[in-house]
Design a protein around this ligand. Structure first.
Ligand code: CA
Ligand code: CA
Length: 222
């Protein structure tokens, strides 16, 4: 036990010592709560968000998606499972990146130019999902990372290292849209975006973006 404790201490010290960016070393947690009962789909199953929480530390971003009922993984093969995506505006500029799915398929306006996407549509049989980077030069997406989201009760969570976000400082804007495979059902926040530190303004609209969002890889996604 003592050896284990020492190991943990050494690991923690090493983790602290590796920090070289950002104004502080303590994690920054930002949550947007979302009302229950504000879904906008028409079918029987309506995934209803209650919160999106992002924690930024020097190594990456942890996310937690909270719903009103127990989350069903698409690995189940059920088209009424929880699909969707988290969109990241990593440079906090609406003038770079592409249009958010939140704006394409949701009732709100995110005010983001999306640079990276956590794609919660494309689960592999062993539960991995991709992180996609938007490439403005040809309006395509490249898979830059994959990871396994955790499903626990009403929560879906995961961690994305900074390296998967182009070495971004982790200060970013974000928004989420969820639904079944049949239709989108909820977004958060209902207007604008979640702002995780940084200096970008939350007000600007994505009106200057000319690149059109294209559906990726022919998958069935709304
Ligand atoms: Ca951007
Ligand atoms: Ca909502």
């Amino acid at each position: 036990m003592r050896t284990y404790t020492m190991l943990v201490l050494i690991t923690l010290l090493a983790a602290c010592g590796s920090d070289s960016t950002g104004p502080g070393t303590s994690p920054l947690t930002v949550t947007t709560t979302d009302p229950s009962g504000d879904t906008y789909g028409s079918l029987a199953v309506q995934w209803d968000l209650t919160a999106l929480t992002l924690t930024r530390d020097t190594g990456g971003i942890d996310f937690a998606i909270d719903l009103t009922s127990n989350a069903l993984s698409p690995v189940s093969g059920d088209s009424d499972a929880v699909y969707g995506e988290i969109d990241f505006d990593t440079d906090q500029s609406a003038t770079t990146g592409t249009t958010s799915y939140v704006d394409v398929f949701g009732p709100g306006s995110s005010g983001m130019g999306v640079d990276y996407v956590v794609d919660l549509f494309d689960y592999t049989p062993d539960s991995l999902v991709p992180v996609l980077r938007y490439n403005p030069s040809d309006s395509t997406y490249a898979t830059v990372y994959s990871f396994r989201p955790a499903f626990s009760g009403k929560r879906i969570s995961g961690r994305i290292p900074r390296s998967a976000l182009g070495g971004d400082d982790g200060f970013l804007n974000a928004a989420i849209i969820v639904g079944t495979l049949r239709e989108p059902t909820d977004i958060a926040p209902n207007s604008g975006h979640l702002k995780v530190g940084g200096t970008g303004t939350a007000a600007s609209k994505a009106g200057t973006i000319t690149a059109r969002r294209i559906r990726r890889t022919g998958e069935n996604r709304w």
